[in-house]
Design a protein around this ligand. Structure first.
Ligand code: UTP
Length: 292
């Protein structure tokens, strides 16, 4: 029997330097994909996987994320007065329930591993999901939901993985796997940003994790690694000595929204897939490309 995953952690304390000046006063997680902030899409994905507690690890300038997941009485009153029922219903359905959100601060951006460690008291002694909001997944079924069957079957830790071109493996955490079990494979090796030519495969850790709480003890003592940051992958490598890690190849595509091209591509992909504006966007792109 595995414990159901009810809590998800969203680290949103990074500096977003690749998106300056947009991220000078605004967190990159509030950048929009058409009309939804990146962080809202990550929360939507988690809710679709049965998560009912949302833990945000924030930093300076991130108060707007807390506001985004709160009721806006003035705005709602005005919408009500104007009879904007569709917009009102949308705001209501996006909002987690009372008491379903928690916020903590990473006081210094020391790395993803450190951000996750900051959530230890809020997660407690239970397995949890971790979603990197800027690694946005476009898929028919929530990526985290696609990982749940492997978790129920194998327990332990589960990571979503996705193929990347071999020449790009040095930009990501990469796993080595053995055998084949449908879309889930035992992980045999893990390395953060391997030097070119040394990666064990071209499967990147795409930003969705199910982790056991023992990761927190390892993160407490984790030394700085790649980029002089406390790396989650380094702590997971140590956890692999005592616990199973399973890789899940999911249906869908990940866009790195912390990167300009990734962000623009995500906007186009999500816009094209929308019933309300998809056809118009296709026409607009054709026109722009034709005139290019
Ligand atoms: P990134 O490395 O993509 O974020 O971290 P970054 O550091 O903000 O980006 P650049 O490179 O400066 O443009 C992946 C995720 O981990 C969070 C980020 O907010 C992002 O969601 N993170 C990263 C933290 O919460 N704290 C950190 O110290 C580092």
């Amino acid at each position: 029997m595995t414990n159901a995953i009810k809590k998800a952690v969203f680290p949103v304390a990074g500096l977003g330097t690749r998106f300056l000046p947009a991220t000078k006063a605004m967190p990159k997680e509030m950048l929009t994909i058409v009309d939804r902030p990146v962080i809202q899409l990550a929360v939507d994905e988690a809710r679709a996987a049965g998560i009912d507690h949302f833990i945000f690890v924030t930093g300076r300038n991130k108060g707007v994320i807390e506001d985004h997941f709160d009721k806006q009485f003035e705005l709602e009153a005005t919408l009500r007065e104007r009879g904007k029922t569709v917009e009102l219903a949308l705001l209501d359905s996006d909002l987690p329930g009372a008491g379903q959100t928690s916020f903590t601060r990473q006081q210094q951006p020391l790395g993803l591993g450190h951000a996750v460690w900051c959530a230890r008291e809020l997660v407690g002694d239970e397995p949890f999901a971790l979603l990197l909001p800027d690694m946005l997944v476009h898929s028919r079924v929530s990526c985290l939901a696609q990982m749940m069957p492997a978790y129920r079957q194998h327990g332990g830790n589960v990571l979503a993985v996705e193929e990347v071109p071999h020449e790009q493996t040095h930009r990501y955490g990469i796993v080595g796997i053995s055998g084949s079990e449908d879309n889930a494979f035992p992980i045999t090796e893990m390395v953060e940003k391997p030097t070119p030519g040394t990666a064990p495969s071209n499967l990147m850790i795409s930003g969705r994790y199910i982790l056991q709480p023992e990761i927190f003890d390892l993160l407490r003592s984790q030394e700085r690694g790649s980029g002089n940051e406390i790396q989650l992958t380094d702590a997971m490598i140590r956890l692999m000595e005592s616990q199973r890690f399973t890789a899940v190849r999911f249906e869908g595509k990940t866009y790195d929204c912390g990167d300009k091209i990734g962000f623009l591509s995500a906007n186009i992909a999500f816009a094209l897939a929308r019933d309300d504006i998809g056809a118009q966007v296709r026409e607009a792109i054709k026109e722009l490309a034709g005139n290019g």
